[in-house]
Ligand binder design. Sequence first.
Ligand SMILES: CC(C)(CNC(=O)c1ccc(Oc2ccccc2)cc1)c1ccc2c(N)nc(N)nc2n1
Length: 328
Amino acid sequence: MDVKAAEQRVQELHDTLNKYSYEYYVIDQPSVPDSEYDRLLNELSNIESMYPQLQTPDSPTQRVGGAVLDVFRKVRHDVPMLSLGNAFDEADLRDFDRRVSQSIGNVPYSYVCELKIDGLAVALKYEDGLFVQGATRGDGTTGEDITANLKTIHSIPLRLKKPFTIEVRGEAFMPKQSFIALNCIRDERGEEPFANPRNAAAGSLRQLDPRIAAKRNLDIFLYSIGNPEAIGAESHSEGLDMLDSLGFKTNKERQVCKTIEDVINYVKKQSEKRTKLPYEIDGIVVKVNSLSQQDELGFTAKSPRWAIAYKFPAEEVVTKLTGIVLSV
Ligand SMILES: CC(C)(CNC(=O)c1ccc(Oc2ccccc2)cc1)c1ccc2c(N)nc(N)nc2n1
């Protein structure tokens, strides 16, 4: 195969492997068996060995790359990663709605309700569609560069379907089943078990060796797109739909609610479904949907006035290993 034919074949393999990866990891509708994916990945790896100049950072062979680091580089967020005010009961939610209503005046408004995934907030940067940097939230202004570890999360596209330069944010997490399996392995090795999936996800993303992170079955839901207006969104829910169209994984339980009553019903419904979800959640995030109304409402020193996190009451779980009651 000459280099021209190799170039052509590499592009075909990128497109096909990215399509299969998207089907399996983002929309959970695989169209081919794993063996077919592995066969094509092996073919791509062989061509890259023959023609190293054709190996690019976004190649599907580069998900688990990189040397073992000795420290993580500090990165400053261009836009701060803010925190959320909390609501603990129905009255708090109604107070939030009253503040919103009084602030934006007597005009119609709606909310978007999203699950609050119990994981680690991360920011992903893309330049001309290429995944170039992933960072932890840190203190909201400065985080740690964990790009190599985030590249191991298969639901994170290494190249977008459109050559956008954007930043997206979301929650990296460890599914409940992966958490249970990991703790079994750690128990067999006489290692300390992780207390909960959030700690397991954080511990995995803070591994200096990406090969360890790659084995932890981490996943991610994106929930925020930087300057959505710049790509034509007028509401937060349109911004989330745009994340979907760019190939990102977003959480499908989200719902637009026209009134705070609908929000309260959504919270009750999700609270009942919580134990059946394949991942842990610690609450519901309620956001004013209109971006112009978000701008009107603005921010406090550290949180948006247009969003609030309803926190579920801490659950008590009896740990199987020790029998001690841990309230999480
Ligand atoms: C709403 C926001 C706080 C994100 N938004 C921001 O961080 C943010 C940051 C600067 C913004 O604008 C500014 C730009 C410059 C200066 C100050 C603010 C706007 C939003 C947030 C936080 C945690 C969330 C979570 N765990 N789950 C879900 N589902 N959604 C969440 N949403």
